[in-house]
Design a protein around this ligand. Sequence first.
Ligand SMILES: *Cc1c(COP(=O)(O)O)cnc(C)c1O
Length: 379
Amino acid sequence: MTQTPEAQEINLRIPGPTPVPAAVLQAMARPMIDHRGPEFAAILARVTDGLKYFFQTSADILCFPAAGSGAMEAAVVNLFSPGDPVAAVTIGAFGNRFAKIAETFGASVTRIEFPWGQAANTQTVLERLADIAGLRGILLTHNETSTGVTNNVQALASAIRAQYPDVLIAVDAVSSLSCIDLRMDEWDLDVVFTGSQKGWMVPPGLAMIAVSPRAWKANQQARLPRMYWDFAWAKRSLDKGQTPYTPPVSIFFGLDASLEMMRAEGREAIFARHQAIGELTRRRARELGLELLADPAFASNTVTAIKIPQGIEVKALRKALREQDHVVIAGGQEQLEGKIVRVGHLGYVHQPEINAAMDALERQLVALGYQLPSPARQR
Ligand SMILES: *Cc1c(COP(=O)(O)O)cnc(C)c1O
């Protein structure tokens, strides 16, 4: 896959929902089927198998009708009991959300926070963990979508596992899985989850969650209340080729088609495409004289956070891009609102869309009075 075959009317450059290929849209236009019949069972089996390839796991994968935040809640309520000591490593808004969910359900949460734009430092994490008695679980974000930073989960998990062999490691991989290498089994992770609307080239509606044998053991003892999110119920249903309650059937049609496309492209080729696209986006931003929020060593290959110079109104910039160029980019969240824009480049994305988006960004910045650095002006 080197070029997007059909022109999309809107250049949707937000970190989810992401553009959906025509073949996937067509697959989703099918009439409904019985979600407890043999045809759905075959699709569920095929989709689960395709997901295992991208999660790089032989663990069970459960699908819930939900946004990514549902998967975060599912991880918490299925692993822990009230008062369990849990560390939440947070480098941005989604890390904070994960922490807040665990706090809401009554875990004893220690937040290990890093400045927005930086990755979690392994040594600092280990030092902070040493202060927690009876540590039961750790919540990690693989790719922090609010800042465009990818944590080195491999390094974090291996350092943590060396000191805490039985600790439960839950990883939010909502905006990275299938785009950035994440090896659930090799890195010995316990719960890993993602959402359909990010790297999977399908609309929102499905959360996919992998559960390790260690997590299953914890699940039997975990006393937090759960019903909709109960892993054991989902697994009993999955073994019969079903889901506990009505699944988003059309999303399954779409995911079945997108996984076929993705397997044809190949996991490593998809990672390489995202790396090239990430590098292109960062280079184009730097050529405009703009600063990136992320520590360059940990810059995300699925979303780029770009600082917008003082004096340029982010709201006006995004409005002009949307209305005049049909380019839709995201703003900043929480403390970054009005300070950055975020360009999503995950899933069904190729160089022409990024170049078009960055060309438009250049034009609109200039229209708002921004002075380009001389090399970019000459281009
Ligand atoms: C998008 C996202 C979520 C939440 O997904 P929703 O579908 O909006 O609930 C969680 N974590 C990360 C890293 C995300 O990018």
